[in-house]
Write a protein that binds this ligand. Structure first.
Ligand SMILES: Cc1ncc(C[n+]2csc(CCOP(=O)(O)OP(=O)(O)O)c2C)c(N)n1
Length: 355
């Protein structure tokens, strides 16, 4: 288990045995791979949500290719275990905020797939009435605060949400997701300072997918140990295998409990990988096909959990196929809704505008 900052230790979690940790190949830092226990129902739920995100994103990619989605569209394929593992540690009333690679976060927050897809196609039935698009959707009811296109902007906003939880004393925690590219933004450190100073219930989740647009983390960051980025402020951090939903859940339970108990913020770095380009217009020439294939073959979070479900006799082939069909149906219906829902009325140009 890799931890930084000698501050008050969070609720004790046994160090993973040697067989459960492996070197990240990154200067002495190790990845935490200790796994959370999960019931059969939970395992099925995590698998189903990851599959829903994957199929939804594949369909969104197709609709984009057909010219039905305008503007930007950043797919989350490959990173599903991060958001599903993190969400498993939340309670009703907690909050989530993220950047533009956000459809997976919305689905994990239980937002409606049809409403998300209709927003992508710019239709009235979308979460922002078709006026926000891929990067700008919110659901206060589900505790999801967007969807932000300015790199790093969600970090101070999420810190403010954590402040609100503390101010209202409602017991809530805010999960603030950002990429390793965003981790070099100045506003991230202003946020860290305030979060620690005021001991805010904030969990910062660095989704380290190795690339910020076309630049690898190694080329862009003086230090690639992102979980240590809070050490100057006394914020503890940990790096976790972001391709294993139960490893993420284990780390998330600890981090969320730490923040919820009034100890202040926590940083989790999830090592993950995006299979697609940065956005739909990126041919991803800065990495080899072999690199992507290797990770897909050996570390895919959905394949890994599927194998585990079979091995543990949680689901057999026939039940897995049923689940597959159920998820595909949800996505087909979402895509149909996103094309049948009308475009917003032009009069909507003048609503929801703050002047
Ligand atoms: C302030 C600002 N600077 C630059 C950009 C352009 N931009 C969009 S995404 C991105 C890379 C961010 O990478 P990372 O934070 O690692 O997230 P990822 O895309 O890998 O999920 C950049 C530079 C932007 N949107 N906002």
């Amino acid at each position: 288990m890799a931890k930084s900052a000698p501050k008050a230790e969070p609720a004790k979690r046994a160090a993973a045995p040697a067989s459960e940790t492996r070197s990240s190949g990154n200067a002495a830092a190790e990845i935490s791979t200790a796994r959370a226990p999960a019931t059969k129902d939970e395992l099925i739920r995590y698998y189903r949500t990851m599959l829903l995100i994957r199929r939804f994103e594949e369909r969104a990619g197709q609709l984009y290719g057909m010219g039905l989605i305008g503007g930007f569209c950043h797919l989350y394929i490959g990173q599903e275990a991060v958001v599903v593992g993190m969400q498993a540690a939340l309670k009703p009333g907690d909050s989530v905020i993220t950047a533009y690679r956000d459809h997976g976060h919305m689905l994990a927050c239980d937002m409606d797939a049809g409403g998300v897809m209709a927003e992508l196609t710019g239709r009235k039935g979308g979460y922002s009435k078709g006026k926000g698009g891929s990067m700008h959707m919110f659901s206060v009811e589900k505790g999801f605060y967007g969807g932000h296109g300015i790199v790093g902007a969600q970090v101070p906003l999420g810190t403010g949400i954590a402040f609100a939880h503390k101010y209202k004393d409602d017991g809530g925690v805010c999960l603030i997701y950002f990429g390793e590219g965003a981790a070099n933004q100045g506003q991230v450190y202003e946020s860290f300072n305030m979060a620690e100073l005021w001991r805010l219930p904030a969990v910062y989740v660095v989704e380290n997918n190795q690339y910020g647009m076309g630049t690898s983390a190694k080329r862009a960051s003086a230090s690639t140990e992102f979980f240590k980025r809070g050490s100057a402020y006394g914020i503890p951090g940990e790096r976790v295998d972001g391709m294993d939903v139960l490893a993420v859940k284990a780390a998330a339970l600890e981090a969320v409990e730490f923040a919820r108990s009034g100890n202040g913020p926590y940083i989790l770095e999830a090592l993950t990988y995006r299979y697609r380009g940065h956005s739909m217009s990126d041919p991803a020439k800065y990495r080899t096909k072999e690199e992507v294939e290797e990770i897909r073959k050996k570390r895919d979070p959905i394949d890994r959990l599927r194998e585990e479900l079979i091995e543990k006799r949680v689901l057999d082939d026939a039940k897995l196929k049923d689940l597959d069909r159920e998820v595909r149906d949800i996505v087909v219906r979402a895509a149909e809704f996103s094309q049948q829902s009308p475009e917003p009325d032009p009069a909507e140009l003048y609503t929801d505008v703050l002047a």
